[in-house]
Design a protein around this ligand. Structure first.
Ligand SMILES: C[S@@+](CC[C@H](N)C(=O)[O-])C[C@H]1O[C@@H](n2cnc3c(N)ncnc32)[C@H](O)[C@@H]1O
Length: 176
């Protein structure tokens, strides 16, 4: 699933990639070999414990810092790709538009953003069970969470879709 996300994000050798809400750094470690020695993956997360875990396992072309998606501590246009998996629903609802604007600001024109969130199963019975079994993130359709977020920040939505298991993604581009 995470390998597919890395591929959908369109990371190429030499790219500078930002992982917002990187947690333990799992996705960033999958992206790191694709960006290669000439590229770099930066992960940010507000949890110092998560960042410590990610740093302990960091490949040479990955670095991590404590930070929040709604206040990114990076210059304008400093990344080619921004990814965020299972993290946007953790950002307070009133701060999500600011987080999307920050993703737009730090991406170069033509750069891409890929956001992935959990989705309830398609089967109605399983969907009813998903909330109690897997928690709040599974109770709501992520389309409601993400609809309008990227266009509202200036992105053009290029693609969206479902991935097994129980994942929804949306990809946008910062117009050149
Ligand atoms: C379910 S984890 C996902 C971690 C990782 N992206 C993954 O897919 O394994 C959600 C992460 O979002 C982070 N988070 C919470 N509030 C955030 C914020 N305001 N900005 C960025 N990340 C945040 C949490 O600390 C947590 O590490």
């Amino acid at each position: 699933m995470f390998t597919r996300l890395a591929s959908l994000a369109g990371v190429r050798p030499g790219h500078r990639v930002l992982d917002v809400g990187c947690g333990t750094g799992y996705l960033s470690r999958i992206i790191a070999p694709v960006a290669g020695a000439g590229g770099h993956v930066t992960g940010i997360d507000p949890s110092a414990a998560m960042i410590g875990h990610a740093r302990d396992r960091a490949p040479a072309n990955c670095s991590y810092q404590v930070g929040e998606g709604q206040a990114l501590d990076f210059p304008d246009a400093s990344f080619d790709v921004v990814v965020s998996s299972l993290a946007v629903h953790h950002i307070p609802a009133d701060a999500r538009p600011a987080a999307a604007r920050e993703m737009f600001r730090v991406l170069r024109p033509g750069g891409r953003v890929l956001i992935a969130e959990s989705r309830p199963p398609a089967n109605p019975l399983l969907a009813r069970l998903a909330g109690p079994l897997f928690g709040a993130a599974m109770r709501h359709d992520p389309r409601d969470l993400l609809a309008g977020l990227l266009p509202g920040a200036g992105f053009t939505v290029e693609d969206d879709g479902e991935l097994p298991i129980m994942l929804y993604y949306v990809r946008g581009v910062r117009p050149a």
